[in-house]
Ligand binder design. Sequence first.
Ligand SMILES: Cc1cc2nc3c(=O)[nH]c(=O)nc-3n(C[C@H](O)[C@H](O)[C@H](O)COP(=O)(O)OP(=O)(O)OC[C@H]3O[C@@H](n4cnc5c(N)ncnc54)[C@H](O)[C@@H]3O)c2cc1C
Length: 435
Amino acid sequence: MTSSPHVAIIGAGYAGLSAAVELTRAQVKVSVFEAATVLGGRARVAYPDGRTISNGYHQLFGAYTETLRMLRFLGVNPKTLHTRPFDLFVPERLGLSLSSLPPPLHLSLGMFGASGLGWQDSLAAMRLYWDLRRQRYALRQDITVTQLLADTRQTPLLKELVWNPLCLLMLKTPAERASAQMFANMLRNTLFAGRSEAEWIVPRIDLSELLPVPATLYLSRQGNSVHTAAPIREIQLDEGLFRLKGNASENQLYSHVILAVAPQQAGKLLTGLEALTLLREQIDSVPTENMTTVYLDYGPEVSLPNPVMHLPGPPIRWLFDTARLGSSTGLVACVSIADEPRTALPDEELALDTHHAIERIVPRLPAPRWSHVIREDNAAFSCTPCLVRPRTITPIRNLLLAGDYVESDYPSCIEAAVRSGLAAARQLLRSLPSA
Ligand SMILES: Cc1cc2nc3c(=O)[nH]c(=O)nc-3n(C[C@H](O)[C@H](O)[C@H](O)COP(=O)(O)OP(=O)(O)OC[C@H]3O[C@@H](n4cnc5c(N)ncnc54)[C@H](O)[C@@H]3O)c2cc1C
C-alpha cells in the first residue's frame, strides 16, 4: 500500500469530476482519466458546423441542490444559469403555473387555476398528491407510472398533458415502462415540494463549460490532473493496488479507483476482475433509453409561444426556446426521449418533421436557417420498476462506482451523477485511516 492515497478516477463526466473535486477538497491526490477529448461525458459541448451547442439540450430543476452547491463551490457565476418558475404549456390546450403560496397551496391553486384543466382534472391531480404524501412517497410495491396513474384515477387529459410528458422528461422513460416509485421521488423533490424546488433551470452556456471546465481548473490549481484522450482499457489488481491498462503510465499504481463511466462502458473495464463477475452482469443488464435533440435556427425574430413547452405525442416533444432561456445561440431545441417511429427518420426528414410540428403552433414560421440533429444512444438508463441499481461499494475494497446509474433516489440526470460522485468520494474518505 502506498503511504498516502492516490485515487484514479475513470471518466470525466459530471460524476467523475464531482468525485474528483470532493477528494481534492480533502487534499487527496487524484488523477482523472477521460477517453474523450472534451470533458463532460453525456453532458458535453458539441461543435456542429462550427457552432457551439450542448450535446443534447439539458434542463435542471431547483431541486438539484448538490449540482447547484457544486457550481457555487467552483465559483461558477450564477448568471450562467437561467431560472424560471415552473410552468407547463401546450399551445391552445394547457397553461399551468404554480402559485407562490406554500405547499400544498402552490399546487392546488396552480391546478385549479390552470387553463385547459377542468375541476375533475385538478381534483385528480390533488388526489395523486395526497395519495403519495399519505404513503410518505414510499410505495408498497413498485409499479409502472401508467398503473399509478390508473390506480389514482388520473383523468385522460392530465395523463396526456401533464403526467406522461413530465414522466418522460424527468425519468427519460415512457410512463408505460417507468417506475412509479422513481416518479414519486421526483414529484416529491420538485413539483410537490414547492415553487423553488420545481423551478426550471437551464444553463446559458454549453455543458462542458458549466461544471467540467471549472472543476478541471480547480483540480489543476490544487495540483491534481485530468488527462483527456486517455481511454482506460482494463483495471488490474496488483497486491491490493490498482494498475490501469491503456493509461500512458501503465506502471503507476493507485490505492483506489472510482469507476465513473456509463453502465454500457463499465462492464468492459471490469472484465479482468473475477470477484466482480456478478456486478458486471448486473451493470451490463441496466436497460437504457435513446434520446434525440433537434436544434433549429429560426433567427431572432421567431419565438415560441412559451420558452418551455411540449407537444403531445407521439412522439412527445419538449421544446425549448433557448434565446428566451438566456442562451446566445438563439436556437429552438426539440427533445424527444425514447424511440418512436418518427424519431427514427433520417436527420433531414426529422428536422423537417419537427419544423412542421412547430409550424402548427407558430404562424408564418419561416424555414429554419440551420438545423442539426443529435442522436444519443444509451443517453440515460431506463428507469423501470424495481430496477436494482449497483451500489457505490463493490466486492473489491477500494474500487468504487460512480455514475448516474448507481443506486440513488434520482433517475438518470445530472443531479444523480453529481450525487453519485460525492457519495463515492465520501465513502472513500471514510475508509481512510485518520491522520
Ligand atoms: C441527449 C441527452 C439529454 C439529457 N438531458 C438531460 C436533462 O435535461 N437533465 C439532466 O439532468 N440530465 C440529462 N441527461 C442525462 C445526463 O446527461 C446524465 O445523467 C449525466 O451526464 C451522466 O453523467 P455521468 O458522469 O454519470 O456519466 P457520463 O456523462 O456518461 O460520463 C462518463 C465519462 O466516462 C468516459 N469514459 C467512458 N469509458 C471510458 C474509459 N474506458 N476510459 C476513460 N474514460 C471513459 C466517457 O467518455 C464519459 O466522459 C441527458 C443526457 C443526454 C445524452
